[in-house]
Design a protein. Structure first.
Length: 386
């Protein structure tokens, strides 16, 4: 009988994660928090500055791992992971994201770990990376997929891409949708708190987003929409929660578009669950996605949501029912959708309610963790039918 079977101890799952300030980190925090603790013992190998986020829930191991490819640094990470995996006799290694998979899967193979899982959170083809880096990641993925017991895609669109563009065998890839704890985002709006945190003046409706300030999030198109709406006389504030490499460029764009006093940057925040319910409208204008947690969080808050037809987003938002979808890169389309919600509170409330109900029913953390636990159990038991 495999690990974790009758008479055995808990199944040991060692997670590997690259540096992350948002989605991947929050996904893993939720996964280990909602998993069946009586059946699974979770451990996390992560950069030291992330350890505090996980250490209250699980055992952590320091791993020096950057986001970019570094032959010397990545080889050192592989060697260290081999030691971790062997020392703690991991039953399953679960790597989160391409970079973690690049080091975690070879280490698991060399350490003799019985089962290897990799979660693909985003497309490698739409991340504004140099062509050589995309080609390297794609070649690595095709090779390493042969040594991966199961690959989890966070949306069906991403699953199809892994099969069609990376050549992964269909039977190796399963879809497990991201999930959140909806109750966390059901707080009553506290507009005074929002105004205190953001500096945005009272008396205007607030269009908010929560995102890493990076190219794939398409935030320049949100600023383009803000410029159009302001020119048309719409009295709105725009709040951007998050940080990232484009912050300076986006702040300059705000000045160039004469949007100072309309657009407010908060930087990275740990109180998104308090800010989200204060937005009148939530917008995520991404040009590339897997399945963003922030959309689920906004929907759980009952916010009317506007996003783009990329990745798994159309699998979450039913256009015209639980939110509005526009084409990626369409600032004018975003402006029209924002203006539509800003001008009709009844429809905004109705779609926000539909959005909340949809997340509770289909995208809960409990369901995500339960589906993942099932994969763990079947792999540890030696079952090929997942």
């Amino acid at each position: 009988m495999g690990p974790g079977g009758q008479g055995m101890g808990r199944i040991k799952v060692m997670h590997v994660i690259r540096p992350s300030q948002g989605g991947i980190r929050n996904h893993l925090l939720t996964l280990v928090g909602e998993s069946d603790q009586k059946r699974y013992e979770h451990m996390v190998a992560c950069p030291e500055d992330m350890a505090d986020h996980f250490s209250k829930r699980v055992k952590t191991f320091p791993l020096s791992l950057g986001g970019d490819i570094s032959p010397a640094g990545d080889l050192a990470a592989v060697k260290k992971l081999i030691t971790f995996f062997r020392g703690y006799r991991a039953d399953i290694v679960h790597a989160h994201g391409s970079k973690a998979g690049l080091v975690g899967r070879p280490a698991a193979l060399l350490a003799g770990v019985p089962a290897v899982v990799m979660t693909a959170h985003n497309s490698i083809f739409h991340q504004h990376l140099p062509g050589w880096k995309v080609s390297l990641f794609a070649a690595s993925e095709r090779f390493l997929a042969g040594y991966t017991t199961r690959i989890i895609a966070v949306s069906e669109a991403l699953r199809r891409e892994l099969i069609d563009r990376e050549g992964v065998r269909p039977e190796r890839v399963v879809t497990v949708y991201n999930g959140i704890v909806p109750e966390v985002f059901c707080a009553r709006p506290d507009r005074e708190y929002l105004e205190r945190v953001t500096g945005a003046p009272a008396g205007r409706k607030v269009v908010g987003t929560v995102a890493r300030l990076a190219p794939q999030k398409g935030l320049k198109y949100l600023l383009g929409a803000a410029s159009r709406l302001t020119a048309r006389g719409e009295d709105l504030n725009f709040v951007l929660v998050g940080d990232g490499p484009l912050r300076g460029e986006l702040e300059k764009e705000v000045r160039d578009l004469n949007l100072s006093g309309r657009v407010f940057f908060t930087g990275q925040r740990m109180d998104v669950h308090r800010l989200m319910p204060c937005f009148d409208i939530f917008v995520l204008p991404s040009v590339s996605e897997g399945l963003p947690l922030t959309i689920l969080e906004a929907m759980a808050s009952g916010r009317p949501v506007i996003s783009t037809r990329v990745g798994g987003i159309p699998e979450v938002i039913e256009d015209g029912v639980s939110g509005l979808l526009v084409n990626p890169g369409d600032a004018e389309g975003l402006a029209r959708a924002i203006g539509f919600f800003a001008g009709d509170e009844e429809i905004s409330r109705r779609m926000g309610g539909q959005a909340r109900d949809r997340v509770i029913k289909n995208f809960s953390a409990r369901k995500m963790a339960g589906d993942t636990d099932t994969i763990y159990y079947r792999l540890a038991s030696g079952s090929k039918n997942i």
